[in-house]
Design a protein around this ligand. Structure first.
Ligand code: SF4
Ligand code: SF4
Length: 449
């Protein structure tokens, strides 16, 4: 086995000679004026879940952004405290170039985790979240001491093309800002203030979620990069800085269990397949696209895996949605209304559903009997026949002729009634035997004819 020597060529800082980014094996020249964009990841009061979610993204993948293989997009040089190969000063050097305005390419800052009030920790000569040593004086740090990531953000944010807060801790404060927190934790918006604007004139962009859907993040980055490249419009953000196309709908509107809610059928315990509102789902009032996007690779997500929505994408999470797993107070009115109306709707739909599960031929030729060997579907009684009659009257009112397969002339009614003359093999294990008898019956029938 041979081991490749460490790369020695790539993007090099002119002043220091440090290698900022090894040369990609597969070099492509991105279309558009911007060839390279640096992405500086900063972590505050975080569990690293957002990093894990982002690296699991598939549309697009982080790797696709970093290798510049997406048409039109510049290549992203990711500086990440966990993922980057460089350590120590070699790692923080590019952050300092950006903070001093000496980086020769545009950059974005990505903040994960909430931002602690470092002044509290500084009172005891400590820090809450730091990365590397201060090369320049920060608000709370001193040169040569661990540098709070909050200070790094404060220094880098004005020159950044965009500041993206990833995850609910960074977007609204999240769990570290919950009741009782001793750190004074706050969101990126709270930290940078209402008047903050990036070098492109953008306020903080928020991609919430605890953790966020990785694709929501990488898709937002890709949309911003297209804009930066002059190849796409400025993506639409809502009044809270969320990508509007991802967060304008509530969970409930796209939920796979919404049909149960509409028909007033609710889960009693975890593992039930029905609507989860009475065991704590806040989906009707929460902005999140997990039901349409899935969590990863368009798979999974809260309701798909049986979990009620606890509002993890929302400002005020977790306090505003506690206690978890109890019905939200507002749901009492709407679920009672669904129960009342849904009771009748559900029964009417069951009648129509019974009719929809019948092939026309069976009604026209076999008097409603279903030639199934798998069971004995119930023959329509007078009520179901009446419902079908009036339903079709309504369905085809105004048509000169009833469309569809109702013309029994084209069915060969003189065909040997293989199925009709035999006892349907409802017992599947005895199907072969039944089939054998049936074939003899049919053969006899043919001979008589
Ligand atoms: S599980 Fe939640 S989001 Fe889904 S239908 Fe019920 S209330 Fe709505
Ligand atoms: S459905 Fe609710 S709990 Fe699940 S990710 Fe979305 S906001 Fe969070």
């Amino acid at each position: 086995m041979t081991i490749d020597a460490p790369p020695t060529t790539g993007i090099v800082d002119d002043a220091s000679g440090r290698l900022l980014e090894p040369e990609a094996k597969r070099n492509r020249a991105p279309e558009g004026p911007v060839k390279v964009v640096h992405a500086f990841w900063l972590a505050g009061m975080s569990c690293d879940g957002c990093s894990i979610a982002a690296t699991g993204a598939t549309n697009p993948k982080v790797e696709d952004l970093m290798t510049g293989i997406i048409p039109g997009l510049p290549k992203v040089i990711l500086h990440h405290p966990v993922l980057s190969m460089e350590v120590g000063e070699d790692f923080t050097h590019a952050y300092e170039l950006a903070a001093r305005g000496e980086l020769d390419a545009p950059y974005v800052c990505i903040y994960e985790g909430s931002i602690a009030d470092e002044r509290i920790a500084a009172e005891t000569d400590g820090y809450f979240s730091a990365m590397g040593l201060s090369a320049i004086e920060g608000e709370t740090g001193e040169a040569g001491k661990p540098m709070p990531t909050a200070d790094r953000l404060a220094q880098m944010a004005p020159g950044a093309a965009a500041v993206i807060a990833i995850g609910t801790c960074a977007t609204w404060g999240g769990i570290p800002a919950a009741a009782g927190n001793p750190t004074g934790s706050m969101s990126t918006m709270d930290f940078l203030g209402k008047n903050y604007r990036s070098a492109l004139g953008l306020p903080v962009i928020n991609v919430p979620g605890c953790p966020p859907i990785g694709d929501n993040f990488t898709e937002t980055v890709a949309a911003i990069l297209l804009f930066l490249q002059g190849m796409g419009p400025l993506p639409e953000f809502d009044e809270l800085g969320r990508p509007a196309w991802l967060f304008s709908e509530t969970v409930h509107r796209g939920c796979t269990r919404a049909g149960y809610y509409e028909e007033g059928v609710f889960a009693k315990e975890y593992g039930d397949k029905e609507c989860l509102v009475e065991i704590g789902c806040w989906g009707p009032v929460v902005n999140c696209n997990i039901v349409s996007r899935g969590f990863q690779s368009h798979m999974g997500g809260c309701m798909a895996s049986g979990g009620p929505c606890i509002g993890c994408t929302m400002p005020g999470f977790p306090d505003k949605f506690a206690p978890f797993y109890e019905a939200p107070p507002g749901s009492a009115v709407s679920s009672a209304a669904s129960r009342t109306v849904g009771f009748g709707i559900r029964r009417l739909r069951a009648l129509s559903n019974h009719n929809a599960n019948r092939e026309v031929r069976w009604d026209e030729l076999y008097g409603g009997e279903v030639p199934s060997g798998w069971g004995e579907p119930e023959n329509p009684g007078p009520l179901k026949k009446a419902v079908k009659f009036f339903y079709q009257k309504l369905q085809f009112s105004g048509d000169k002729k009833k469309p569809g397969r109702d013309d029994s002339d084209r069915w060969h009614t003189d065909m040997p009634p293989r199925a009709r003359n035999m006892q349907a093999p409802h017992d599947v294990s005895g199907a072969a035997e039944s089939e054998g008898r049936a074939r003899e019956d049919v053969d006899e029938t043919w001979e008589r004819r």
